[in-house]
Write a protein that binds this ligand. Structure first.
Ligand SMILES: Cc1ncc(C[n+]2csc(CCOP(=O)(O)OP(=O)(O)O)c2C)c(N)n1
Ligand SMILES: [Mg+2]
Length: 556
C-alpha cells in the first residue's frame, strides 16, 4: 500500500524540522489531523482562536529564525489566521499556513464553508497554492517551505479535505528539503563610493534596522571605526545592548531625545537593514548610504546617495577593513553625554512611587528581576513606548508586531517563546486593550503548562488613542475600557493572578511569578494620563494639545 498524501506531508514537515503547529482542528482538516496525530515529532498546539495560532507561528519565526507553522479549517478558521499572517509578512519572517478546503468534487459549488482562499491569501503570501492531487502535495509542500524561508514570508497550502486521504499511487516526482543560502555582496564600485564618503570628516550617524540582528560585532566595529553613534529602529531593539556607549536608543515617537538630535545634526546617515517609515525623523540634508540585502529596498522611501546591496555583516566588515580610523569623536561624545542624562531620566521616571503608578515603573521593575537571556513579547499601544524607552535590553530578546502593529500580539508571542525556549523566562508585556483581544488563549498556556508571566498595564483605557486624539486637538472619545478582573481571570483559568498598585507589590509579584513556574497574570494599575510624549514635541502638537484641553473644559 502506498503512503497517503497526508502522511507524506507530515513526513516532509518533520524533515524540515517543524516542531510545532498552532491551530484549531475541524471539518476540512480532519484528514490532516489524523496523520498529524501519528507523527509524534510534531506537537500540535491547540489554540482557542486561529489568530493566536498565526501570531504564535509568526512569533516563533521571529524568535528562532525557523519556520513557524499554523493550520486552520477552510472558511472561518482560515480567515481568522490572516491577521497573524500579515504580521509575519510585514515583519519578514517565514510562516507556513496550511488551510483546509472543501473536497475536490465540491469545489466551485458555493459549498458549506467554501471560501476562495487562494484569492483571499493572494496579497499575504509569497507562495500560494491549492493542492490538486495526492502526488502533487509533497512537491508543493517542499516548495512552499522553501519559498517561505528564502523570501522570508508566508507560504500558503490550501488542501481539499479528500486529498490527504488518497494514496500516492502514480510515481510522484521526487523533491527534497534542500535549502541553499547565499550572501549578497554589494557592487565593488558602490563600496568604493561609500568608503570615499565615509572617509570625509563629517558628522555621521548610523540607523540600524532589523537586518542588523546577528551582525552585532561588525556593527559595533564599524561604529567605533567611524566614531558614529547608533540609533536603532524598534525591530532592531536588542541588536546591540541598549546601554552600550555607542547606542542612542530608538527613533521616532517612541524614540529618545539624543537620537532625535543626532539625526537633526548629522551630515552623513548610514542606514543598515531598515526601511524606516517615519522619514520626518530622518535628516533633511545629509548624504545617505543605505545597506540592504534587497536592492529594491534601497531608496524606497528616502533619497539615498549611495546604495550597498549586500548582507549587513559582510558589507560592514568590508567597510571596516578599508576605512581609516577616525580620530575626531566630538559629535559622538556630545551625543553620549546626552544619552547618559536621558537614561538617568528614564530610570528616574520608573522609580516614581506616585499612585496610580506611572507606567514607566513596569519596565524598570522588570529590568531589576529579569534574567539576561529572557524573552519579552511586547504588545502594541503606549505599552510599546514604555518598553522601547524605559526597558534597557542587554541580552534579552524582545519581539513585537513591528510593522502591522496589531493589538493582541503579546500573549501569542509569549506562548511561542516558552515553547521555543522552555528554559528561559518568558514575559508578555501588554496593555489592557491589547490583552483583551487574545486573552482567551491564556488558558492555552495553562493547558500546555507554559509558565509565562503576563504583565498587564491596566489603565482602563486605550491610552495611546486618547493621546492621539488629544494631539490632534480633538476631545477624547470612546477610549475608556470596562475591564474584567484580570487576576481573577488568571485564577479561573488555572493560573496565578496578582493585582498590584504599588511599586513594592509589583516587584514582589514579579519575583513570585518567576519563581512559581506557573502561568501568571500580573495586573498592574497604572496612570491613564501619562502622555507618551515624543522626544521632540512639535509646535503643532503642543498647540493641538492646548486646544484639546480647552475643548475638554468648555464642551458639555
Ligand atoms: C487590531 C488593532 N486594532 C486597533 C489598533 C489601534 N490601536 C493602537 S494602540 C491602541 C490602544 C491600545 O490600548 P492598550 O492595549 O490598553 O494600551 P495603552 O495604550 O493603554 O498602553 C489601539 C486601539 C491596533 N493597533 N490594532
Ligand atoms: Mg490601556
Amino acid at each position: 500500500m502506498g503512503k497517503t498524501a497526508g502522511d507524506a506531508l507530515m513526513d516532509i514537515l518533520v524533515e524540515w524540522g517543524v516542531e510545532y503547529i498552532f491551530g484549531m482542528p475541524g471539518d476540512s482538516i480532519n484528514s490532516l489531523m489524523e496523520p498529524l496525530r501519528k507523527h509524534k515529532q510534531i506537537k500540535f498546539i491547540q489554540v482557542r482562536h486561529e489568530e493566536v495560532g498565526a501570531l504564535a507561528a509568526s512569533s516563533y519565526a521571529k524568535l528562532t529564525g525557523k519556520l513557524g507553522v499554523c493550520m486552520a479549517i477552510a472558511g472561518p478558521g482560515a480567515i481568522h489566521l490572516l491577521n497573524g499572517l500579515y504580521d509575519a509578512k510585514m515583519d519578514g519572517v517565514p510562516v507556513l499556513a496550511i488551510t483546509g478546503q472543501v473536497e475536490t468534487d465540491l469545489l466551485g459549488t458555493d459549498f458549506f464553508q467554501e471560501v476562495k482562499l487562494d484569492r483571499l491569501y493572494d496579497d499575504v503570501a509569497v507562495y500560494n497554492q491549492r493542492a490538486m492531487s495526492a502526488e502533487q502535495l509533497p512537491t508543493i509542500a517542499n516548495q512552499a517551505i522553501r519559498m517561505a524561508l528564502t523570501h522570508r514570508g508566508v507560504a500558503h497550502l490550501n488542501i481539499p479535505d479528500d486529498i490527504p486521504r488518497f494514496e500516492i499511487e502514480r510515481e510522484a516526482r521526487v523533491t527534497n528539503t534542500i535549502l541553499v543560502r547565499s550572501i549578497a555582496m554589494p557592487h565593488p564600485a558602490d563600496l568604493d563610493s561609500a568608503v570615499a564618503l565615509l572617509s570625509e570628516h563629517r558628522k555621521t550617524v548610523i540607523l540600524a534596522g532589523r537586518g542588523t540582528h546577528g551582525a552585532q560585532e561588525q556593527l559595533l566595529s564599524f561604529a567605533e571605526k567611524i566614531k558614529a553613534p547608533i540609533v536603532l529602529t524598534l525591530p532592531a531593539k536588542g541588536a546591540i545592548p541598549d546601554d552600550h556607549p555607542y547606542s542612542l536608543g530608538g527613533l521616532g515617537l517612541l524614540g529618545t531625545k539624543p537620537a532625535y538630535h543626532a539625526m537633526r545634526e548629522s551630515e552623513t546617515l548610514v542606514m543598515i537593514g531598515t526601511s524606516f517609515p517615519f522619514t520626518g525623523f530622518l535628516p533633511k540634508n545629509a548624504k545617505t548610504i543605505q545597506i540592504d540585502t534587497n536592492p529594491a529596498q534601497i531608496g524606497k522611501r528616502y533619497a539615498v546617495d549611495i546604495g550597498l546591496a549586500g548582507d549587513a555583516a559582510f558589507t560592514l566588515q568590508n567597510l571596516c577593513d578599508r576605512l581609516p580610523e577616525k580620530t575626531d569623536a566630538g559629535f559622538l561624545s556630545k551625543r553620549q553625554g546626552e544619552m547618559k542624562d536621558w537614561l538617568k531620566k528614564m530610570k528616574h521616571q520608573g522609580q516614581s512611587d506616585h499612585i496610580p503608578l506611572r507606567p514607566q515603573t513596569v519596565p524598570v521593575a522588570l529590568q531589576e528581576v529579569i534574567r539576561e537571556d529572557a524573552i519579552i513579547s511586547c504588545d502594541v499601544g503606549n505599552v510599546t513606548v514604555w518598553m522601547a524607552r524605559n526597558f534597557i535590553v542587554h541580552r534579552q530578546k524582545l519581539i513585537t508586531s513591528s510593522w502591522l502593529a496589531t493589538l493582541g500580539c503579546g500573549l501569542p508571542g509569549a506562548i511561542a517563546g516558552k515553547l521555543a525556549f522552555p528554559d528561559r523566562q518568558v514575559v508578555a508585556v501588554v496593555g489592557d486593550g491589547g490583552f483583551a483581544m487574545t486573552m482567551s488563549d491564556f488558558v492555552t498556556a495553562v493547558k500546555y503548562e507554559l509558565p509565562i508571566v503576563v504583565i498587564v498595564l491596566n489603565n482602563s483605557k486605550i491610552a495611546m488613542i486618547k493621546f492621539e486624539q488629544e494631539t490632534m486637538g480633538n476631545a477624547e472619545f470612546q477610549t475608556n475600557l470596562l475591564n474584567p478582573d484580570f487576576a481573577r481571570f488568571a485564577e479561573d483559568c488555572g493560573g496565578v493572578g496578582y493585582r498590584v498598585e504599588t511599586r513594592d507589590a509589583l516587584k514582589e509579584a514579579l519575583r513570585k511569578a518567576f519563581a512559581d513556574n506557573k502561568p501568571a497574570i500580573i495586573d498592574v494599575l497604572v496612570n491613564p494620563n501619562e502622555a507618551p510624549m515624543p522626544a521632540h514635541v512639535s509646535f503643532m502638537q503642543a498647540k493641538n494639545y492646548a486646544v484639546h484641553v480647552l475643548k475638554e473644559l468648555f464642551e458639555d
